[in-house]
Design a protein around this ligand. Sequence first.
Ligand SMILES: [Fe+2]
Ligand SMILES: [Fe+2]
Length: 354
Amino acid sequence: MNATKKFLSVDSLKPGMVTAEAVFNRFGSVLLWENTVLNNSMIQHLKNMGIQTVAVLSEKPEVTYIQKEGKESIRQLQFKFEYEMNVKETKKIFNEISSGKKIDINEVNPIIESLTSTSGTNRLAIDSIMEVRRIDEYTYYHSINVSLLCIVIGKWLKLSKQDIKNLAMAGLLHDIGKTKISPYILNKPGKLTDEEFEEMKKHSEYGYNIVKEMEDIPEEVAAAILTHHEKEDGSGYPGGLTGDQLNIYSKIITVSDIFDAMTARRPYKSNDTPFKVFELMQHGSFGILDPVVLNTFLKNITNYYIGSTVRLNTGEIGEVVFMNKMDFSRPVVLVNNRYVDTMVSKTERIVEFL
Ligand SMILES: [Fe+2]
Ligand SMILES: [Fe+2]
């Protein structure tokens, strides 16, 4: 697709047009990212914010931001159905491995096919990742979610189809080594003892050994499973490898893994709002996560929260209208016809995501 860019005055913008460049306000904060499909409310907000011109694409790109719809479409229902089927299949594979069976790529491939084809609309994938998961089945939902996030990030990074397929597989199987960890440690609600944590850390190597027995498993996929808890600065495990020794699949899994774990509703921690998670990832992951992967992820995923409803500490309810590039956790919120920039305001902040 060879979409060209054209500059239009805000008054000539129409819903459905797609931004070709990010739109900034006069303080340099991003109001809209590139590749955002404009809707009426966004256009109105741009006018209210005094924006004059916007660069739009002459054709629609493949991956875009889609405004959340009120009711579930048939596509959403189909996606949910496939998602649950994939969770069930993943559970079957994990259980078979626990009982000593060898992993068979023919069982894994249909799940990968389904995940890569159903995630055609990133919105559906991201919505289901954010939904409440069943606590007792955490690992299976987590595996599907990490795989979906890997696919979505791979697309945002414009990786090849083959890379995305490999990534989907690496994401799906990244925690397969947990099948060799005692259920007592896996399900322990409190903090693990040092010995228990050492045992838990072995799941990367166990997982590597399991997938190495698979026929036709690409070496980079196995390597990513082995290294998914390594960190850019060398502080991870099992090898203490640094960023330059990690492949792109491994870096993408690490970002996906952390995001899913942080947004999951686990029994021992109340879940953080996505905004809080963005803040922790943006400011707390220096030296841990690959900056290019992290920024691509944050920049794109935060777009999906435009339009969401939030509660401020003042008790007022508002709608997220723009994201702040400097701090993804502090968007601009429209409250009773008033724009509250939660990055600038000293008194108002988001406390709840509704
Ligand atoms: Fe893991
Ligand atoms: Fe994980």
